[in-house]
Structures are given as C-alpha cells and as structure tokens.
Design a protein around this ligand. Structure first.
Ligand code: GLC
Length: 570
C-alpha cells in the first residue's frame, strides 16, 4: 500500500504550475510558472476576479553565483526547486539549517512564501507596479509576506522550519487519500491534491474551510459543487465533507431557498446579487436574463438530500443529520411553494443558473423552464427525504413526501414525447425540443415505465446521439446545437456522467452503469486531469475549461473507490 509520501509523489507528477499551481490548503496564494518558463509568478485567488487582476508578483527568478537563471527543476506539493546542479541534488534538501540542496520556494503559513538558496544564489522579485528587487539568497531564507492590498513585503525567514511545516501539512492531507485500484491510484492522488489545494477560508465564516470548485476560476462555495465535492471528500475526510454541506445549507433564506453561492463577501441568492462582470457577459450574449425586471432567485438543483445521505453513509452523525435534514426539507418545499411559477404542480427553473447547466440550449428559448432533470431530481429528493426521516426521525410522518414524489413523477411523465421517444422541456409553456442530457436524468428515478426506460437506454447506446468515443456528451451529437467545445452544449462533464450512471443502475442496467463509470475514469486519466469539461471527440480538456476542478476531482475519487470495490452484480 502506498504511503503518504508515495501518494504525494504520484500527485506531484501533475504539478506543472500551469494547469495545477503551487498552493497550500487554506491559502489564497497561487504560484504559476512564468510565461518565459524560467521563473514563477504569484497571484491571489478571489471571488469572481480574473487572475490577471489578482497579481502579487509578476516574476520570481532565481540565479546562481554566475548570474545564470536557474529554471524550475522539480515540484513537490510542498516545494518548488530551482536549478539542477548535481552537487545540490546530491545534498540533503530539507530540515537542516545549512542548505546544501538547490534553491527552494515553499509556504510559510497561508499568507507567506519562503525562498532560500545556497550562498551566492540570488532572487529577483518583479512587483506589479514595475519595481524590481534583487536580493541575495541565504540558507535561512527570505520570507515574502503577501498581504492585504496585494502587497509583497520581504522579511527574515526560517526556511527550514517553513519547509518542514509545509511538508508535514501536505503529508497529513495525503495520509487521508483513499486507496484504490492500482491503475487509478496516480490520478486519485492528484485528485486528492486538487481537493486539498482548493480549500480556502471564508473570513465571514470564522475558520470554516470551503473546498471551492477552483482557486483559479471559481472562488466560492457553489451549492451543487459542494454536494459533489462532499461525495468525493467523504472517502478520506468525512468531517470536511460534512463541513461543505453545513456551509452550503447554512444560508437558506427564510422561505427555505438555498443560495447558488456562498462567498467571502456574502451570498449569491438572487439575480440582484450577480457580480457586474457576470451581467456584462450575459448582456454581451444578448441574454434575456441579464437585466430581469424583477429579481429572480438563484439556486442549484435539488440534490441536497442525495449528498446528505451519501456523506452519512461513510460515517454516521445522527444529531448533525437531523439538523441538516430540516434545512433540506425546507429547501425541497421551497421548490414547490416558490418555484412552481405556472402553478401546475411541477416546479420550473426561473433562471438557467439554477439548473447548473447554464448554457444548455434548453435555455435558449423563453424562461421559466420546466425540465425533466428538475422533475426527476425532485422525485428522488422527496424519496430520499422519506428515507432519511425513517432513519433519523422515526416518529415523523413521511407520507407527504412519498405522495408528492408520486404526483411529481406523474407530471414528469407528461414531458415524455412518445413520437420522438424523448423527454422534452417547456420554456414558458412552449416545447423545447433540444436533445440534451437533461432528458436522460429521469433514469435516476428507477421507476420509469419499461418503454420509456428502454428508449433512454437506446439513446445512450446510439453513436449518433450519446455513445461518443470518450463518453456521454451533454447535448446529443445529432442535435443542431451540439458543439464539442462549448460549455454545456456538447462537452462531457463528470457530474452528468456520474448521475446518469446512477440512473442506469437504478433502472436495472448495472452493467451499462459500470461501463459508463469505467469510461468516465478513463477519460480523466486520458485527459490528463480533472478538468471542468472535455471535448467528447478527443477526450481532452475543452479549450475554455478550467483545470484542477473540484467536482471532477471529487467524482473521479468516488468512481475510483466504487470501481475498486468488488462488483456486487457479478
Ligand atoms: C458554472 C457551472 C455551474 C457550476 C459553477 C461552479 O457556472 O455552469 O454548474 O456550479 O460553474 O463550478
């Protein structure tokens, strides 16, 4: 069995400082390779701010006694080494006061870096205001305190202590990494690094640790990202998994609505809270929802009870469960009380963001949108609630949830179009005929009539529609709106693939579910990491997708653990 250092070494193979920056759990500091490849640059990680606006140091370059630049030569989760002189490589490089190893950069706590090198080496710091500082390095090192207002101040360091503490912190994290099938262990180690790397503190929540979707692109706790992330985290750190759900559920409105995002400045729960940059993008896209006349609630799909059950599966916490279950029930009731906008009993998405599939062609038409994924999430969530109540509140009456699930399932089946053998969505009452993954999610109910269930299985096996080379696209390849690169309009996402695999299993297609799970982990390995979304033809990262992405990492781990367990169906 691989130990923590071995797992860290497996993860280190992916730390290219381009798609995966050097960082530390709880820290907002990100270190990337600089464009010329020789040195590094330092950024902070902030909610809805592009990386370019979050610059701390435009360059950190290390030189030897002869003035030669020492390029980045080796990266471990706890340090970057510069230069590859054989003399340095031979020497011990950690924890002794005298540095005989190469110059190294490490963290000194979450808000500082430490850099040290043998006598004669130097470092050049390029500040964003144009200032250049050149300083001699010593084995004791220089501490770079990175503070408010995006400043970098130099002070005396204690490099050996910083390095030892940073190494210890990462080794503690890797000690919790799930052990899986040998062929999936290297990527699992990297995905575990991604989850640790994406931990940030949200100052408004004391020392609560939010595992964000990406310190590069999405710095906040997004509601349904938190569910998927918790489902992966539970395998190694159930306490941190519970913390994600606690933060996600903590900011429910008085009416039970869960917010779309919890971030350092507050929450995003209504279109009025959207950052200006977001509205500008919507306006540029000509979107009707950029400036709604009334504020529209923003949330994410009702998978809260699903996440709660799965987190509790690995470690029971009854009092905590009862507390959270109450919030989940109120959020489920919110959908029926406040988001059934036409009053027909089937709730709608009032905004594409609430579906989580923001750019899906389903939302090209008028809104609000009654959609088969939402209907099936609601059916499943009412049943999950009934199951959780039976377990944690045995005296409570769960009948209303069971009855409502039945009623919602009937309404869901009215979205089935027997002529085209597809579920279709309705935008402001009009049929939306896009052929998308939303229409496959009703498989998760496990209670579809046989002909409907079989038609969805046929769609999944059809190479013209969903059976593409690298997996399950978010829009059928034969749909006129299919694009292999555009977000939610064709690329493969790990969460929709994992959810459809569950649906296949729930609908009696266990072998096909396993095949889809195997295909999904294969894609992440082939694609080189847990990216945000993948081109279904090449199996590579789509051009605009974020890297080191939380739910892709978490669900890879969850799938790897599941595929490692003996197959209950064989
Ligand atoms: C994008 C996705 C959404 C996700 C968010 C954070 O907006 O469309 O589903 O929750 O990013 O990852």
């Amino acid at each position: 069995m691989t130990d923590a250092a071995g797992l860290a070494a497996l993860a280190a193979g992916h730390l290219d400082l381009i798609t995966a920056p050097f960082t530390l759990p709880r820290s907002r500091i990100l270190v990337f390779r600089s464009e010329d490849g020789d040195g590094v640059r330092v950024h902070t990680s902030e909610y809805e701010k592009p990386l370019d606006e979050c610059r701390l140091l435009d360059g950190v370059t290390v030189t030897d006694a002869a003035g030669q630049v020492l390029p980045v030569s080796d990266v471990l989760p706890w340090r970057i080494a510069f230069g590859s002189s054989p003399a340095w490589v031979a020497g011990p490089s950690t924890s002794s006061g005298t540095q005989t190893g190469p110059p190294t950069l490490t963290f000194d706590g979450p808000a500082a870096l430490s850099i040290a090198g043998p006598e004669g080496t130097r470092v050049e710091l390029r500040h964003p205001d144009g200032r250049i500082e050149t300083l001699p390095l010593t084995p004791a090192g220089i501490r770079l305190r990175l503070g408010a207002g995006r400043t970098a101040v130099t002070e005396d360091g204690d490099h050996a202590a910083a390095l030892a503490a940073c190494e210890a912190q990462w080794l503690e994290w890797f000690a919790k990494c799930p052990r899986v099938r040998t062929d999936l262990q290297p990527m699992t180690a990297f995905c575990w690094w991604v989850l640790g790397a994406n931990i940030v503190e949200l100052p408004s929540l004391g020392d609560a640790r939010a595992v964000v979707p990406s310190k590069i692109g999405y710095v906040g706790l997004w509601q349904w990202d938190a569910y998927f992330i918790a489902v992966g985290l539970r395998h190694g750190d159930p306490e941190l998994a519970r913390e994600q759900l606690d933060i996600a559920f903590r900011f429910a409105g008085a009416d039970g609505q869960l917010p779309d995002v919890v971030h350092e400045q507050g929450i995003l729960a209504s279109s009025d809270d959207l950052p200006e940059s977001d509205r500008a993008t919507l306006r540029r896209a000509g979107s009707q929802i950029a400036d709604p006349s009334q504020p529209v609630p923003l949330t994410k799909p009702p998978l809260a009870a699903w996440a709660l059950r799965r987190v509790l599966e690995v470690e029971d916490a009854p009092d905590w469960a009862r507390w959270q279950l109450d919030r989940v029930i109120r959020s489920q009731d919110w959908w029926f009380a406040a988001s059934d906008l036409d009053g027909d009993g089937m709730p709608e998405y009032g905004h594409p963001y609430s579906s989580g599939l923001d750019d899906s062609p389903v939302f090209d038409g008028p809104i609000p949108t009654a959609a088969p994924d939402l209907g099936s999430y609601l059916v499943c969530q009412d049943r999950e609630i009934a199951g959780l109540l039976a377990r944690y509140e045995p005296d409570a009456d769960a009948t209303r949830f069971v009855t409502r699930a039945q009623r919602t399932q009937e309404l869901l089946l009215r979205m089935w179009d027997a002529t085209s053998s597809r579920f279709i969505a309705f935008g402001a009452g009009e049929q939306i005929r896009s052929d998308t993954v939303l229409g496959l999610l009703p498989l998760r109910t496990g209670t579809l009539p046989d002909d409907v269930r079989d038609a969805l299985r046929t769609a999944l096996d059809d190479p013209e529609r969903y059976a593409l080379a690298w997996g399950l696209p978010t829009v059928a390849a034969s749909d006129p709106d299919f694009s292999p690169e555009r977000m939610w309009r064709g690329p493969i996402w790990i969460n929709t693939s994992a959810l459809v695999a569950e649906g296949l299993e729930a609908s009696g297609f266990a072998d096909r579910a396993r095949e889809l799970r195997e295909q999904t982990v294969r894609l992440v390995v082939h694609g080189g990491g847990p990216h945000e979304y993948y081109n279904p033809h090449t199996g590579l990262k789509a051009g605009r997708a974020t890297t080191a992405f939380g739910w892709s990492a978490a669900l890879f781990i969850d799938l790897a653990v599941r595929l490692t367990e003996p197959d209950p169906h064989s």
